[in-house]
Design a protein. Structure first.
Length: 349
């Protein structure tokens, strides 16, 4: 009973928890579960100009757990404070998640956690001898669900920035018309009041309820909550609509494209496909050379990159619909497992 209370309080505090900058010595004092190379070095897309990224997980202290003050993460960078500009190959960025927060990310299907769970042994810099990381790694498929919206949504958001399909622009316009028709009382009405009026389609849909029962209306990758004002929703979608049209024209000229973001979208799409077809994700990526060409802006956006990304996104969305994966992860199982880990490693020692 006491463990359940501690876990729930720690979980509640995690929602508004902190990300703290710490020094190298403090980083070394963390009770590390695992630390690994991440980013382009994990994906196989590193270039001579790439900096070094590390991700990891730490076991919080007994005090942090008992007081319900488990932080989200600790961050460390070698770049001196006040120095601006892009990281150099000599720069090192490290982010270490608390076990609590890592589980939250993994249960949500967030890309960072799923990627970490598939890091091969040659990417692991440090690993605990308590078997915690080994258990997570060996049970990584338990975080797979049909609700891959974190992956798909990320890829779609990046893709939609540059006008892959004119249908996205039309979808946003369709929503704008409904919002405009209800803008007279837009400061009073909330989105849920007009839920029944909102169109649905390829780029417009209502999400499944999350763990807290919240439902969102998604417009070309942008989520609108039930309780936001209609006028506020109009401003969000109108801004997207105007920016989208401008970016679509720039894409036609291969200008002002965030190639790094597009390459991340491509990577995420390929990873989802492998997860759905082979029940795993393999690093480095088998198509890393192609993704690196995208990242470096070596390919024409409209004739090569956009059609390719659109095709794989459609394939992934079809595979998701046909998947036999569960709709949600086993929250209770991981709650119990976390309680066991805390009891075994912290609470009564």
């Amino acid at each position: 009973m006491i463990l359940d209370i501690i876990w729930k309080e720690a979980w509640k505090n995690i929602q508004g928890g902190t990300r703290e900058e710490i020094g190298d010595n403090d980083m070394n004092n963390l009770n590390l579960i695992v630390k690994m190379k991440f980013g382009s070095h994990l994906y196989g897309t590193a270039s001579p100009e790439s900096d070094m990224d590390f991700k990891g997980i730490f076991l919080p202290t007994k005090r942090e757990v008992l007081l319900g003050k488990v932080p989200k993460s600790y961050n460390f960078t070698t770049k001196p404070k006040g120095v601006e500009g892009k990281n150099t190959p000599e720069d090192i960025d490290t982010e270490i998640y608390s076990l609590h927060y890592f589980l939250k990310l993994a249960l949500e299907g967030q890309t960072v956690a799923i990627d970490m769970l598939h890091a091969p042994t040659d990417m692991i810099e440090q690993q605990d001898n308590k078997g915690i990381w080994g258990y997570l790694y060996n049970h990584r498929q338990m975080f797979y669900t049909k609700n891959l919206k974190a992956f798909v949504g990320y890829a779609r958001r990046q893709a939609s920035k540059y006008g892959i399909k004119g249908s996205r622009l039309n979808a946003a316009k369709e929503v704008l018309e409904v919002l405009a028709e209800n803008s007279t009382n837009g400061d009073v009405l909330i989105m849920k009041d007009i839920w029944h009026l909102l169109p649905t389609g390829e780029h417009l849909y209502f999400t499944e309820p999350d763990r807290h029962g919240n439902i969102f209306y998604q417009v070309c990758g942008k989520k609108l909550g039930e309780t936001i004002k209609v006028n506020y929703a109009y401003d969000i979608i109108n801004k997207f609509y105007e920016e989208y049209g401008k970016r679509a024209q720039q894409a036609a000229n291969n200008e002002n494209i965030d190639w790094k973001a597009v390459s991340h979208a491509m990577r995420a799409a390929y990873q989802i496909r492998e997860m759905l077809t082979d029940n795993t994700i393999t690093f480095p990526l088998s198509n890393a050379k192609f993704i690196l060409k995208v990242k470096n802006g070596e390919l024409d956006y409209n004739t090569l990159v956009a059609p390719h990304l659109e095709a794989i996104m459609e394939e992934v969305e079809n595979l998701t619909e046909e998947s036999t994966l569960p709709n949600k992860p086993d929250y209770e199982f991981w709650d119990e497992w976390l309680c066991f880990v805390l009891e075994d490693n912290l609470l009564w020692k």
